[in-house]
Design a protein around this ligand. Sequence first.
Ligand SMILES: Cc1ncc(COP(=O)(O)O)c(C=O)c1O
Length: 484
Amino acid sequence: MNGATNNKVLTLDTLNPNVVKMEYAVRGPIVARAGEIEKELKEGVPKQFTKVVKANIGDCHATGQKPLTFLRQVLAMVTYPELLNSRDFPEDTKNRARRLLEGCRGGSIGSYSDSPGIAVIRQDIAQYISDRDGVPSASDDVYLCAGASAGIKSVLTMLLTGKGGTDKAGIMIPVPQYPLYSATLAEYDAYPIRYYLNEENHWSLDVSELKRSINEAKPNCRPKAIVIINPGNPTGQVLTRENIQSIIKFAKEEKLFILADEVYQHNIYADGSQFFSFKKVLKEMGDEYSSMELASFMSASKGFMGECGYRGGYSEIINLDPAVRLQYNKSISANLCPPVSGQAVIDCIVNPPKPGEPSYELFLKEKTKVLDLLLQKAKLVTKTFNSIEGIKCNEVQGAMYAFPQIFLPPRAIEEAKKQNKTPDSFYCFQLLEETGICTVPGSGFGEKEGTYHFRTTILPPIEELEAVLQKFKEFHIRFLQKYQ
Ligand SMILES: Cc1ncc(COP(=O)(O)O)c(C=O)c1O
């Protein structure tokens, strides 16, 4: 019903058009259909499968990963301090819980914290970053946030110009990209400057492509910033140090603010791949570069902890003009503070048990188990996809996803068009209906015209993943036969 025929203040005609423009494929129509199928299965509707496999979202605990004992013990005590008297928790977890509670107003995580976060947690994060990079970090540069998503959105807010037309802020984003970026730019009415990752070279980031995209965009907007996701989502690549240096040089030449999305910094699998933070590389490139403005982001949701539901994250924002920092501090204060329980989770991540502490052995065992399994699954997924005719998959070097290219027969593409679907969503819908495997079509992340992909997580338990890949292979062969 439109505005002419109903008396609602908000109709599709009067709703903020930027909200209508936003798309977020990770929870898009295929996922909605997966929810319906789950309901149908419960109601006894006969299907060729008994369970929906949610390979659409990087939500580790939802696919069976167990929380880390250490982290949950600390969280239990900060939530219910009577537990500090229990004999069941090791002394080091109690010390951490007490320290965090001392940092909270009134000794309770039920109170608001300072807007940038609790002071001791900001200090622990700065220490973690300094130890990781071998480069100093200041706690005043650290801001806790409600998941990395909130931090990214608040930094993007600073970059908007407040103007329309060709004066809109241009923000460079990768294609394919994690759709938080395209959705937020649509919501904020900013101009996405899309640069394509090089699929032929492990989804690397070529400076010639950065130049092409910014030069094409310059007549349409005012380029302000570049977003880099490393390790990549959905593409799973890990950037080399040299590649990062070349991006920093490009950003300097073009006077761009850098947003480095580094939420998968603990998820590195490929032999020879290593995580380098943009902050480290930038600081080590000498005076010409070390004062560039950079915001980097980390999350409680990924890595080996996978605590998505706590909504913990932080940003480190360096080299801001002091007057801008004051304005930023003011702007985040309007949100009061990020969730304090999420802040406590982040503290457990950046300040884990040390060798010799009572929790250390179990913590190390649990962390190593998660990361070892992810590594095995990354290798299994890459190998299996590349063994299937009509599929090509770059190595999953990091993060939690594979983004294989599917070579679809022309008849399938025609059929998809008839049904008003992109060819890859046509493929993913059929995969879901026939096997229960829920993935996300590549078009939701952006892809080069005429290429088709889908994204799957590598998160299901390994025994389940093997069976899922076998079912996938059989489906793919049937699909090719059907449309060839
Ligand atoms: C690249 C990337 N950045 C940011 C986020 C947001 O994470 P959070 O749960 O911390 O908001 C995600 C989540 O999947 C992601 O993949």
